[in-house]
Design a protein around this ligand. Structure first.
Ligand code: G3I
Length: 347
């Protein structure tokens, strides 16, 4: 088979394979995209480099990203283990790919994240006391300065997942070595970099009123009093039908503390195979999250789903037997929750 014939055969198959799901996404009116319906808020997605700009692998990833979204968070590429794998040896390659894609599409770009106990380069865990702090200051300063000079990052998740569900501090290496003041001190370092980026604290299971969100609120109020924090990210990793009943009230009390908020990692998983009842409940649940954000007015600045398609979601590998959590299925066909999200955004 000639190489040209082979190429055209493969291209024809690719076009056929992804033309139909794409046709299901193409808006019949200008407001039938997430990004248009969400205005003036952004509607973003976590973007992983393995799937970005990889047209031969999956052209629909980029096409759906550009068609439907106007915000991005690097799924992993700006985490410590990726960006400073060895002390003072920085690798911005992956983060820059996501940042460049975002800049090319005029996205709202979120930096994720600077201080987190997971995906932490192993060498950091070996440090103690002042040496740990010096390495942390260097990491925050170097990473934020790189992106300050190269790209426009709307918000940084400076400290990620600092609390336990019972409201105590998570005993990460910073807490055990430096005590709870590592949190405000990290924001003071981030503030000293003097970028236009908003400084966020981001966590999960803080979406309702509970011990964890109470503890988070207390720290946010304290840091806000010293102008150290600008926003709170509510990850919103939910199981279908199990959203906190006081989501809107909880969002409101953080807004009342003087910060903006964002839904930063939204996905709503269910047992597989998806039942019709769960699929319908998921649509209602996505609308509930949208409405809780909209109820905060301009103080809820955007919604990000933690990925685009179920095909690459973190959930099946973390929660075996669960999935179907995003707005597009493995073939980029919109879930019923997609239309429910659009309608809630437009209401
Ligand atoms: O890239 C390597 C690959 O080379 C290797 O073969 C493979 C198997 O070991 O691992 C791959 O790295 C994995 C990476 O995802 C990329 O797929 C890591 O092991 C795996 O731990 C990592 O999981 C990520 C997880 O954060 C931990 O960083 C998920 O993709 C990502 O979706 C998830 O996102 C987090 C947010 O950052 C914070 N909030 C919770 C959310 C879900 O856990």
């Amino acid at each position: 088979m000639s190489s040209w014939f082979a190429f055209s055969f493969l291209l024809g198959n690719a076009l056929t394979a992804w033309a139909s799901p794409l046709a299901r996404q193409l808006p019949t009116s200008p407001f039938e995209t997430l990004r248009a319906a969400a205005a003036p808020r952004y509607f973003g997605a976590a973007l992983g480099v393995p799937h970005l700009l990889n047209f031969t692998h999956d052209p629909l990833f980029d096409v759906t990203a550009v068609l439907q979204f106007n915000g991005a968070t690097p799924e992993n590429e700006m985490k410590w283990a990726y960006i400073e794998p060895e002390r003072n040896q920085f690798n911005f390659t992956g983060g820059d790919i996501v940042a460049a894609f975002s800049a090319a599409n005029d996205y709202v770009l979120r930096g994720h994240n600077l201080v987190w106990y997971q995906e932490l380069a192993p060498w950091v865990e070996t440090l103690t006391g002042e040496d740990l702090w010096n390495a942390t200051v260097n990491h925050i300063t170097t990473v934020m300065t790189h992106y300050k000079e190269s790209f426009n990052i709307y918000a940084w998740d400076v400290v990620n997942e600092a609390f336990n569900d019972n409201g105590t501090y998570r005993e990460n290496v910073w807490y055990t070595q430096l005590g709870p003041d590592y949190i405000p001190n990290a924001y003071a370092v981030a503030r000293s970099v003097n970028t236009p980026s908003k400084l966020y604290i981001n966590d999960y299971n803080t979406e309702g009123i509970n011990n964890k969100s109470d503890a988070l609120l207390a720290v946010v109020q304290s840091m806000k009093a010293h102008n150290l924090v600008d926003g709170v990210g509510f990850q919103c990793h939910f199981f279908v039908g199990e959203l906190p009943p006081d989501l809107e009230q909880n969002f409101a009390r953080f807004v009342a503390a003087g910060v903006e908020i964002a839904v930063t990692e939204l996905d709503i998983r269910m047992n597989l195979p998806p039942s019709q009842a769960d699929i319908e409940q998921q649509a209602r649940d996505y609308a509930t999250v949208v409405n809780a954000c909209k109820a905060q007015g301009a103080a809820c600045v955007g919604i990000t789903t933690w990925g685009i398609t179920d095909l690459y979601s973190w959930i099946p590998s973390t929660y075996p037997g669960e999935g179907y959590a995003l707005l597009f299925d493995d073939n980029y066909v919109p879930h019923p929750a997609f239309n429910a999200t659009i309608q809630a955004l437009l209401a």
